[in-house]
Write a protein that binds this ligand. Structure first.
Ligand SMILES: [Zn+2]
Length: 368
């Protein structure tokens, strides 16, 4: 399945100038070639050697290709309009305009760019020649995982003063003939609990181990902080992040395998709140939790989608309180949930069960 990964490009001062140049030159080149084709009323065999614009030749070739498809579409529209006008001589005559690109854009094919950790490198025109530069981009974990697949073109455009990079991704999606719905409740004590509507239950991850790891890292951080060993501090942070990320990959893989084994068609999870905190700040404990739930959620969504399983997000209100048997709201005591009607269950199983029936929000994993 073809997907598009859209990221925000963060060029520095010099890069803004270079990228602005390339986007404007690119659309000017496409527009020039299209108007050439229109005046000749045909496509010719021009190559990048025929184009004098200051652009890497890869972009010249891409511009020719773009101009060809713009012209083909134009002639097709023209033909259908002429035949429409002939068939309806009494109606107001339709016209077709020669298409002109206005919004700055440029396209690099997959031979001409490469992806790094939070960066993309592609050639621009600098000091009179083509030069490959590395640009910073903002990517989520989900996008990083998607970018592991076969990549298509890189398209950079300018929208409301911001530079947007879009990469076409060919993701291998499995066929899914499942019929069940599964709810997943994420937590700190137990990283994830899954319950299907056929009453299959499974616990995932090791909350105790995670907490121990975090506690040890906190202690180490404290002593390093006191000794002002900033480099070691950052190294420790990176190491802890990597460790947690590996755990999230493992848990998400196990969850999706469990879903496949149980004929799950749809996975439901709670929508998290606080898009700002999760994406931009990992400082305080609450944000840290939102952020780590967010990452696990993204991993599950990504792996589920590749398995052909749909992921929907639900309103988290009362999922930990409502009794599935009678609908009354009670607070769980410790890990056990008991309703006066007689219903009782493990608190986290209750959450996952209620997530199956909670109202769908229609949003993605994070609400603003
Ligand atoms: Zn009840």
């Amino acid at each position: 399945m073809q997907l598009t990964v859209q990221m925000k490009l963060i060029p520095d001062h010099e890069q803004i100038f270079l990228i602005e140049n390339i986007l404007n030159n690119y659309i000017a080149t496409v527009n020039d070639i299209v108007s050439d084709f229109v005046s000749m009323n045909q496509i010719d065999k021009r190559t990048s050697a025929n184009i004098s614009t200051s652009m890497p030749s890869a972009l010249k070739n891409q511009a020719i290709q773009d101009a060809r498809s713009v012209f083909k579409k134009y002639t097709k529209d023209l033909k259908s309009t002429i035949s429409f006008n002939e068939k309806n001589p009494t109606k107001k005559q339709k016209t077709v305009k020669v298409p002109v690109l206005k919004r700055p854009v440029a396209i690099w094919n997959n031979q001409n760019y490469s992806i790094g950790e939070d960066s993309i490198s592609f050639p621009v025109w600098k000091d009179g020649k083509s030069k490959k530069l590395t640009f910073r981009v903002i990517t989520t974990e989900y996008q990083k995982a998607l970018l592991q697949n076969k990549l298509g073109t890189l398209r950079i455009s300018k929208k409301q003063g911001k530079y947007i990079a879009q990469i076409a991704v060919d993701a291998p999606i499995e066929n899914n003939h499942g019929t069940s719905v599964m709810g997943i409740d994420l937590g700190l004590k137990i990283p994830a609990v899954a319950v299907t509507d056929t009453q299959k239950v499974k616990f995932f991850g090791n909350g105790r181990e995670n907490r121990y790891k975090k506690r040890m890292a906190r202690l180490k951080r404290k002593s390093l902080g006191k000794a002002k060993k900033l480099k070691a501090l950052r190294k420790l942070d990176d190491k802890e992040q990597r460790w947690m990320k590996d755990k999230d990959h493992k848990v998400s893989r196990e969850i999706v395998n469990f879903a496949k084994e149980n004929n799950v068609k749809v996975i439901q999870m709670e929508e998290l709140s606080g898009i700002q905190t999760a994406r931009t700040s990992r400082k305080n404990a609450k944000n840290l939790h939102t952020w780590s739930f967010y990452r696990l959620t993204q991993f599950i969504e990504y792996k589920a989608n590749l398995a052909g399983i749909e992921v929907v997000y639900v309103n988290p209100m009362y999922t930990s309180q409502t009794c599935p048997a009678c609908g009354k709201k009670n607070h769980a005591n410790d890990r056990k949930y008991k309703c006066p009607c007689g219903f009782k269950t493990h608190r986290d199983i209750l959450g996952a069960r209620n997530i199956i029936t909670a109202p769908v929000t229609g949003g993605n994993s994070l609400s603003a």
